[in-house]
Design a protein around this ligand. Structure first.
Ligand SMILES: *[C@@H]1O[C@H](CO)[C@@H](O)[C@H](O)[C@H]1NC(C)=O
Length: 329
């Protein structure tokens, strides 16, 4: 008997304690999604669930406190007729007053750091209630950038392509070939964080000469797995000397291209040397003609013209003209 009485008493106490709670109830959207740099609204409305309509209409809000988990200060506080808030926060209702049941919080410029759980406490002359709601922040991933390495990559050079895109929350990057088939071995996606908390995804695809395709596409997918954007890169097919660049798919052709790459400069340098030699020869010849005349005159007196002429001719070809000439005399 005693225990039954105690139970009844406990229930009565609990009921009376809970009655003020149930009279005032805050209804919040459990999940809110905010776009980075845009306004976000955390929707919460007060419901007076008991008593007559008149009571509800006359109910006065004494205090509203909005807090964010992990933030010491309240982000918004209405108390004793005073409204204070951290910069960038306000009531969603532009001309809110203490009879307005819409106590939704407005975040003016949403940032990644605003993500989290918010608590709303309301004190009215007819009771108190608290509730919480969550804000998830998203930032749409932009069109990726593709950075080639080296800058002037073509089908005949080893290199890589780095794809980058920034957004929130964490998404992924995927490479596709020219037939829009996903690359079998997707490179690991590196993740960096910007100062404002956004994720920079980057993925580097290595490309080997000879086995390179002409076109690569990088697609960025958001956290839900939906494609947000894509970017294609065309690897240049630079025609080399002799038009061998066209089908440089196998190593034989690559070797030939390599050969022409070596041969071309050799040809250029070689013809330069030949040209210089011709110039030198021409200069020497005119010099020799001049000296030959002189020598001939000298030797004419001695009568030994033929031999000297031959010596000069020979030394010219070996490039030791002057010495021979002066040694002779
Ligand atoms: C609260 O007020 C805002 C701003 O006027 C409005 O957009 C929103 O729909 C209101 N919420 C409810 C639940 O009425």
């Amino acid at each position: 008997m005693a225990s039954a009485g105690l139970l009844l008493l406990t229930l009565a106490v609990l009921n009376s304690a809970g009655s003020s709670q149930t009279f005032v109830k805050i209804h919040c959207k459990t999940q809110n999604i905010g776009q980075c740099d845009q306004e976000s609204r955390l929707d919460c409305v007060i419901h007076y669930s008991e008593g007559d309509v008149e009571d509800a209409e006359n109910a006065e809000i004494l205090a509203v406190i909005w807090r964010k988990e992990g933030v010491k200060e309240s982000v918004l506080k209405y108390e004793n007729g005073n409204l204070t808030s951290l910069p960038g926060y306000s009531f969603a209702e532009p001309s809110w007053n203490n009879k307005n049941v819409n106590v939704s919080l407005l975040i003016h410029k949403t940032a990644v750091k605003d993500e989290g759980v918010y608590t709303c406490d309301v004190f009215t002359d007819s009771g108190y209630n608290t509730n919480h709601t969550r804000l998830n922040v998203t930032a749409k991933y932009g069109v990726p950038t593709i950075q080639p390495q080296p800058q002037d990559i073509d089908l005949n050079t080893d290199g890589s392509l780095t794809c980058r895109s920034t957004g929130y929350p964490k998404g992924r990057l995927s490479w596709f070939d020219k037939d829009n088939k996903p690359w079998l071995e997707q490179p690991k996606v590196e993740v960096l964080t910007t100062e404002s908390g956004l994720f920079i995804l980057s993925s580097t695809l290595n490309i080997q000469r000879g086995s390179a395709f002409s076109q690569y596409t990088c697609k960025v997918f958001n956290a839900r797995g939906d494609k947000e954007a894509e970017k294609s890169f065309t690897v240049q097919d630079k025609p080399s000397i002799g038009g061998l660049g066209q089908d440089a798919k196998d190593t034989k052709d690559s070797n030939m291209i390599l050969a022409t790459k070596i041969v071309a400069p050799v040809l250029v340098v070689g013809s330069l040397i030949v040209g210089l030699l011709v110039l030198l020869l021409y200069k020497r010849r005119s010099q020799r003609d001049h000296q030959a005349v002189h020598t001939a005159e000298l030797h004419m007196e001695e009568g030994d013209d033929q031999e000297t002429e031959g010596d000069v001719q020979e030394s010219l070809t070996t490039g030791e003209t002057k010495i021979t000439l002066t040694d002779d005399h």
